[in-house]
Design a binder for this molecule. Structure first.
Ligand code: GLN
Length: 507
């Protein structure tokens, strides 16, 4: 392939294909990186997947990898493949805002541990992707810097909170991206953009350097075009980190091999009764049912499992998450990071500066959750709200334990609907929260989950298929996902992203 004509092509390649071309010396990392940066310049004004683009630094990093390769160095698998990183992950010397006015222009003095791993793997960082403010939301409409648009239909949301990472991959603006998933923010955006997203086992990827939303739920993970690509990236970032006390001690292994599996003989697949009934769009459900049939055809034994406590997961999550978030966000006080606003009149004290800064710096959804969280934690209400939610959390963990006695993996639609239109749910918090009804149980129990496209719904938009596995059994996600993806791609006659409409060049 000649580099000149390859520009457009390179932005449609999988990370595995790019890695292969780079290894064979058919393209350079500078060419691959530049192809993506060119496409960002051309179409991202319309999509707005990125908040910040690191043109010069990404090209310098790419040139350095090319030099090392030319010198005959033995490089890591993904060396030279560029990547986009959600703006909730701190990057040294590069603005990191978490989608909030509170951190506008803030330049972190250090790298998150997962970013250190990306750099060690020789992956140029293209830029930072848009998100709902502090990762609160399911549509990116809560970003302080304007929403991201879904590449499948620019009038629709790309999911959230990591809509920027998912849209970047779907639109060919990055071959890979990093997301974070506290209640579904990797998997739900993947579902509505036709991409693959994985929430590893809690502790599987270091949280050091993530701007914390809810520390007991937060987990970073890959977003990609294919299951294999997510596995490749997962193995790069899934390593032990002494800087995170909840980091698992053994690294994630066998994921890439699992993603290359050919069959599911002996695998018991459990369809979760509670995740798929009322409220699920018929086209989403139909694509899901079809995928389950394919799994059966690949040798899986399909069983129905019931997890009755899942019906309370959403309610428990919206107490636990705000409680933890209200504590984590207390550090944004006008003294330490980013924005500082002094009161218009009256005395300038720590309290008045804090009130003025937080009033100006936080958006409505963030304020809503801080108020909810501090209320749930306050004396007299703690047991009734936070305490009850923690009990539900235990019941959900028990449901998972019982379900994994009957099945090796659990499956459901990832999100109840396809991408909705801007404005449809943004003024109705409960309607917005319901998008995560199927993804939240995994975060409450710490189990890993993967979303891959199951097909197009009756409205022509992508639907997601979710696979869940027991703690530390992330490889099972890739085995099921890899086999299903191969069968579906064959049916579609090619990758689902090739069916997305061409984006117009706007710059
Ligand atoms: N949409 C969910 C929320 O608003 C999930 C957020 C996330 O995973 N970061 O809390």
């Amino acid at each position: 392939m000649s580099a000149g004509s390859a520009g457009e092509d390179l932005t449609r390649r999988t990370a595995a294909e790019l890695a292969e071309l780079l290894r064979a010396g058919e393209v350079s990392s500078v060419e691959v990186t530049r192809a993506h940066l060119d496409r960002v310049a051309a179409v991202d004004p319309a999509v707005h997947a990125y908040l910040h683009v690191n043109t010069d630094e990404a090209l310098e990093d790419a040139a350095r990898v090319d030099e090392r390769r030319a010198a005959g160095e033995d490089l890591p698998e993904l060396a030279g493949v560029p990547i986009a990183v959600k703006d909730v992950v701190v990057t040294r010397g590069q603005v990191t805002t978490a989608g909030s006015k509170m951190l506008e222009g803030w330049v972190p003095p250090y790298d998150a541990s997962l970013v250190t791993e990306l750099r060690r793997a020789g992956m140029p960082i293209l830029g930072k992707t848009n998100m709902d403010e502090f990762a609160m939301g399911s549509s990116t409409e809560h970003s302080a810097f304007g929403p991201t648009r879904n590449p499948w239909d620019l009038d629709r949301i790309p999911g959230g909170s990591g809509g920027g990472s998912a849209a970047a991959v779907a639109a060919g603006l990055a071959p890979l991206a990093i997301g974070t998933d506290t209640g579904g923010s990797i998997r739900q955006p993947a579902a509505v953009t036709g991409t693959v997203g994985v929430k590893p086992t809690y502790g599987g990827v270091s949280r050091y350097g993530l701007i914390a939303l809810a520390s007991s739920l937060d987990q970073a993970g890959p977003v990609s075009r294919t299951v294999l690509d997510s596995a490749l990236l997962h193995e790069v970032i899934g390593v032990h980190d002494p800087l995170d006390s909840t980091s698992l001690t053994d690294p994630a292994t066998g994921l890439v091999a699992a993603a290359r599996s050919r069959d599911l003989a002996g695998m018991r697949v459990g369809v979760v009764t509670e995740l798929g009934g009322e409220g699920y769009q018929p086209g989403v459900r139909a694509a899901f049912d079809h995928a389950v049939e394919l799994l059966r055809g690949a040798g899986a034994e399909v069983v129905e499992v019931s997890c009755p406590s899942f019906d309370y997961a959403l309610a428990a999550y919206y107490l636990i998450l705000p409680a933890e978030a209200s504590s984590n966000l207390a550090k944004f006080d006008g003294m330490r990071y980013g924005l500082r606003v002094e009161p218009a009149d009256g005395p300038v004290t720590a309290e008045t500066v804090m009130a003025a800064t937080r009033g100006a710096g936080f958006g409505d959804e963030v304020k809503r959750r801080i108020i909810l969280g501090t209320h749930a934690l306050s004396a007299g209400y703690y047991d009734a709200y936070y305490g009850s939610a923690q009990k539900v959390r235990t019941l959900i963990q028990r449901d998972f334990a019982a379900a994994f006695e009957q099945a090796d993996v659990l499956v459901s639609p990832t999100a109840p609907t396809t991408a909705f239109r801007f404005g449809e749910k943004v003024d109705d918090p409960l309607a917005m929260y319901l998008n995560d009804v199927a993804t939240i149980p995994a975060n409450l129990a710490g189990v890993p989950g993967l979303s891959l496209p199951s097909g197009l719904s009756d409205d022509g938009l992508p639907a997601g298929f979710q696979v869940l596995a027991p703690i530390r059994e992330d490889a099972r996600l890739y085995r099921v996902g890899g086999v299903l993806e191969r069968m579906l791609t064959e049916e579609w006659g090619g990758p689902i992203l090739d069916k997305a409409p061409e984006l117009e060049v706007t710059a």
